[in-house]
Design a protein around this ligand. Sequence first.
Ligand code: ADP
Ligand code: MG
Length: 231
Amino acid sequence: MPVLDVKDLKKGYVSPEGERHLVIDVPAFAMDDAEQVALQGSSGSGKTTFLNLIAGILQPDNGVISVAGECLTAQREAGRDRLRARHIGYVFQTFNLLQGYTALENVMLGMMFGRGTDTAYARALLERVGLRDRMTYRPRQLSVGQQQRVAVARALAGRPKLVLADEPTGNLDYHHAGEALKLVREICRENEAALLLVSHDRDILGQFERVQELSQINRAAGLPTGSEGEP
Ligand SMILES: Nc1ncnc2c1ncn2[C@@H]1O[C@H](COP(=O)(O)OP(=O)(O)O)[C@@H](O)[C@H]1O
Ligand SMILES: [Mg+2]
């Protein structure tokens, strides 16, 4: 059973001028259990939108998304939130750590809506990402690279089957980007979680067996709907 199965997915936005633009039109996309895929695409091509649809944060205009055999798109918002908590870990581009909470609390929060909190596991994850001596630090007291590692630990906290990572190394320097990528991939492998990682860094893309160019599965070009096919 694929961990992710996407069919006939469509999502459009209304521009400030009131025109409807189709951003995502993906007839089919699937990932196997524990598979690691790098998703590539130019800026504005819909990568974040695609990830947010898969995470159930955005509701598509059309189509079916199944995660770990459960149909996400058949659910209302609360159901999608529960499904995300059970099956999906998300490393956001800007980390989205809660500033008022320590590293350990941020990871614990990643468990709350899923299988329940497990302090020992949260500590083990933070140790695994090299933050044994930073657990009681708040995001502001951590370097960008350390915050990124907290975000990785939080994404894994609910023991997800699928981890989504949106340009997780975009804010890091060359050395730290390489380290962070290695860590994300290793931890996903250890946890038998599949990984869908957005990047446009050639060095990073080159490390993945499967690199998916978004434009090859996405028929939408961001044109106003209705104007497609016109000369
Ligand atoms: N809330 C929104 N309202 C209108 N247009 C949006 C909205 N969010 C994204 N877009 C548009 O959708 C396109 C894809 O955005 P995004 O998924 O963020 O691209 P990427 O992550 O590949 O850079 C962009 O052209 C962007 O302007
Ligand atoms: Mg983006």
